[in-house]
Design a protein around this ligand. Structure first.
Ligand SMILES: *Cc1c(COP(=O)(O)O)cnc(C)c1O
Length: 357
């Protein structure tokens, strides 16, 4: 009898995170629109900071990330004790769930939403409660109705990945009023810099009056540092301190810390790039509507096509042209906004596709 090592039973049901793929089309052309990345490389000043930090990687990074936290705090005009950083906002999400999740507790989120939520919730030992979207948007009333005495944390992804939709200020506040004070609400604002709808509240304005509200931000999207892995939360000092306890030593490396600081100092230049992406988003959606597609208005750097059973066929048509998109089988396809050339390549596929959604 050969015994095998024993693992947690959750692993039997666990589907590992599937990152966006890259495909190559005719003539070796490749348009990567599958991971919501910035199409632009690092700014010269950021690259310089990265190179400079590289000279000292024989040393451990600053475990408390004090300069990076100070820069973030200065940038948002919040106290440093209210900021906690992690290995991407996915890393911060894992820290949050380690801080609250245990068998018998519940964590709620809308579905479909960010794929990392179910994965990290199941690993934390908490039970996942998924509340279906309604017209591609968070159904906050249904989410409030689904709160139980066991609910410890609720994600609100605003704008929502992968639909790009937002919740308005009034409905968010009405929802927050219904959440018990002992349950955390995590407002995932990974795409905040792309929001142009003035009816969407900024979590950083809301959390000071709401001790159970936490705001998640990342350097991976608008700041173009996806490869370096830095995210952070801003929240009440008690929450920030609890989450900080779960920080795996040295997870935000020294090169990432330097790049994060340099990026905040180059914010004006980076936000010009964000503006270009927002313009492209409107151009891409407008062109798709003219082609006859149904596309919800997006406040992020991607658009969503609900395709149902046609999802994988549409994704295969994109693959064949070297355009990688993010399909969610049976549901729809998320297409990131890239450079104008990337977007044109995608629009050409959509135009020639034989049916519409
Ligand atoms: C991309 C994304 C993140 C950011 O992840 P990082 O770990 O910071 O790269 C967080 N939340 C959502 C909803 C996202 O789409």
């Amino acid at each position: 009898m050969s015994a095998t090592p024993r693992f947690r039973s959750v692993l039997d049901r666990f589907v590992a995170y599937k990152p966006g793929k890259t495909v190559t089309g005719p003539g070796g052309r490749s348009f990567k629109l599958s991971s919501n990345e910035s199409p632009y490389g690092p700014l010269p000043s950021v690259l310089e900071a990265i190179t400079e930090a590289g000279r000292q990687v024989n040393r451990y990074p600053d475990n408390s990330c004090s300069e990076l936290i100070a820069e973030i705090a200065r940038h948002h005009r919040v106290p440093e004790e209210q900021v906690t950083v992690g290995c991407g906002s996915v890393g911060v999400t894992q820290m949050l769930l380690e801080a609250v999740g245990e068998p018998g507790s519940e964590v709620m989120y809308a579905w479909r939403s960010f794929e990392a939520y179910p994965l990290l919730v199941s690993l934390s030992g908490a039970a996942a409660v998924q509340v279906p979207l309604r017209d591609e948007r968070h159904d906050l009333a249904a989410m409030a109705d689904a709160i139980t005495a066991q609910t410890r944390l609720i994600f609100v992804c605003n704008p929502n990945n992968p639909t790009g939709t937002v919740v308005g200020a009034a409905e968010l506040e009405a929802f927050l009023d219904r959440v018990p004070a002992d349950c955390l609400v995590v407002l995932d604002e990974a795409y905040r810099e792309y929001v142009r709808d003035t009816d969407v509240s900024d979590g950083l304005m809301l959390y000071p009056q709401r001790p159970n509200l936490v705001v998640l931000r990342t350097f991976s999207k608008a700041y173009g540092l996806a490869g370096l892995r830095i995210g952070y939360l801003v929240g009440h000092p008690l929450v920030a301190a609890a989450v900080r306890k779960t920080y795996l030593p040295f997870t935000v490396n020294s090169v990432a810390q330097a790049a994060g600081i340099a990026s905040l100092r180059a914010e004006d230049e980076l936000l010009e790039r964000v503006e270009l992406t927002v313009k492209e988003r409107e151009r891409v959606r407008g062109a798709l509507l003219v082609q006859g597609w149904t596309v919800p208005a997006s406040e992020a750097n991607f658009v969503w096509l609900r395709l149902g059973e046609d999802t994988m066929a549409f994704s295969a048509a994109c693959d064949a042209a070297g355009v990688s998109v993010r399909p969610f089988a049976g549901d729809g396809v998320r297409v990131s906004i890239g450079s104008p050339d990337d977007n044109d390549a995608f629009l050409a596929v959509a135009e020639s596709y034989p049916t519409r959604n």
